[in-house]
Ligand binder design. Structure first.
Ligand code: LLP
Length: 429
């Protein structure tokens, strides 16, 4: 999180004070760093330079149209998972011809829309889906570009809810069946086999499972190229971020103490591990990073409402809840917490930071030593740029947070806070 740092006693995003943002726009609020998005995209692009490649940013990680626009301007393609995401990409000025369409349950409407927009490829996850895409394409008098997603049965060693490449997961076609599935798909009239796809899971912090998967699947990709003249092999996303990439230089002790995962997987190590297995294929290599691009490009600001000291614990009640950032509740996800006003010293207090939602799982940390902050103070939940706002909900009839994009010394509201009137507007009585 190089673009988030203390300056003049306040945490900044690039050149903008997060205290000023909180005071101006209120809390909870997501703040994104445009230059971090650019930096991550450019680093990945450079690390892949020795192969013909394309970056398909996984829109699901952060789908704000201004974010998509800045990635489109860098030349990014997009991995979408719904018609809605394709609509956003087009609104952002992205090119449908650079879009891949993932997901196990595409509907007729979504397939028709994507076909009419001329997407680059459907990544189909079952034979039934391929047959259906063929039917819909035939009815429209079009030919659908299709890749099949192979499930390589490799253990990604990540949280069970975000592991996707094992046979017991719902994703993709089993490695044992995939050759026959290609054989049958090749006979369909309205399908053009364009590639092969896989994605083994998210938040991987070691390169080993990626290497295991590409070693297993690359020979298949080579065979499919010979048999069906496919042009690409997509190795999916999944590169984990170090939820402590924050402040490598001069981490205060209280900050270092809350780090959960100190194993870095740099994008350069990732590419160095996998590219030797991919270089000789003569195929275009696609990657679908979401978290790597967006995770450390955003924080969520929230204000402390009350402090409550119980017999067992001290609770800091803040104005954001699990409806605003669900990762701790859903995946036991760790987010570093930093007070926006720089702590005067390294003293800490062990606290739970909790939200206002009526659920016991509504916490951002438990029993974590944090520097003191008081009622009215603003804290930042770091590494919240991916799977943050996009997973927020109106639970407890709470409006969605605001989103702010910072670029150098400029900050602009890229989505205003949702009001209660917005929430109920579509309801009929
Ligand atoms: N490609 C496909 C087919 C995917 O399903 C995903 C993520 C990605 C690419 C991007 O993966 P990434 O590079 O971001 O790891 N909400 C969870 C993560 C869910 C990931 C879903 N699929 C979380 O907050 O940890």
């Amino acid at each position: 999180m190089h673009s988030f740092h203390y300056h003049n006693g306040e945490l900044h995003c690039e050149d903008v004070s997060l205290q000023t943002i909180a005071d101006t726009y209120g809390t909870p609020t997501y703040v994104y760093s445009a230059n971090t998005f650019r930096d991550h995209y450019t680093r990945l692009d450079a690390a892949l330079s020795e192969v013909d490649h394309a970056i398909e940013y996984a829109v699901k990680a952060n789908s704000n149209i201004s974010v998509l626009r800045l990635l489109a301007e860098l030349g990014s393609g997009f991995d979408i998972v719904s018609g809605g995401e394709l609509y956003r990409v087009i609104k952002a000025g992205g090119d449908p011809a650079k879009c891949t369409f993932a997901g196990v349950g595409k509907t007729r409407e979504e397939i028709e829309y994507a076909l009419k927009q001329g997407i680059y490829c459907f990544n189909a996850e079952s034979e039934a889906e391929v047959v259906f895409i063929d039917k819909v394409a035939g009815e429209l008098g079009l030919v659908a570009p299709v890749a099949l997603r192979v499930n390589p049965n490799v253990d990604a060693k990540t949280h069970k809810y975000i592991s996707t490449g094992k046979s017991e997961n719902k994703f993709g076609i089993d490695f044992e069946f995939i050759r026959d599935a290609y054989g049958r798909a090749a006979k369909l009239q309205n399908i053009k086999l364009r590639g092969l796809q896989m994605h083994i899971g998210s938040q991987l912090t070691s390169v080993t499972p990626f290497i295991e998967a590409v070693e297993k699947v690359a020979p298949l990709a080579a065979d499919l190229k010979g048999l069906y003249d496919i042009e690409f092999f997509s190795i999916g996303g999944g590169v984990g971020i170090v939820y402590d990439e924050s402040l490598d230089s001069g981490k205060p002790e209280w900050w270092a103490n809350q780090l959960e995962d100190k194993r870095p997987l740099t994008i350069e190590q990732y590419c160095a591990g996998i590219l030797p297995h991919l270089k000789g294929l003569g195929l275009k290599i696609l990657v679908e990073p979401g978290r790597y691009i967006a995770g450390n490009a955003g924080v969520m600001l929230t204000r402390c409402l009350y402090e409550k000291k119980g017999t067992a614990k001290t609770f800091k009640v803040v104005d954001a809840g699990m409806n605003d950032l669900i990762r701790p509740a859903l995946y036991e996800g760790h987010h570093d917490i930093a007070p926006v006003r720089e702590p005067a010293d390294d003293t800490t207090e062990t606290v739970d930071v909790v939200g206002p939602i009526c659920e016991t799982g509504d916490f951002f940390c438990q029993n974590r030593p944090l520097p003191n902050f008081d009622e009215g103070d603003v804290i930042a939940l770091l590494s919240a740029g991916a799977y943050g706002y996009v997973m927020a909900s109106n639970y407890n009839t709470r409006g969605l947070p605001a989103e702010i994009l910072v670029d150098g010394s400029e900050s602009k509201v890229v989505r205003p806070r949702q009001t209660v009137e917005d929430i109920v507007a579509a309801e009929l009585v």
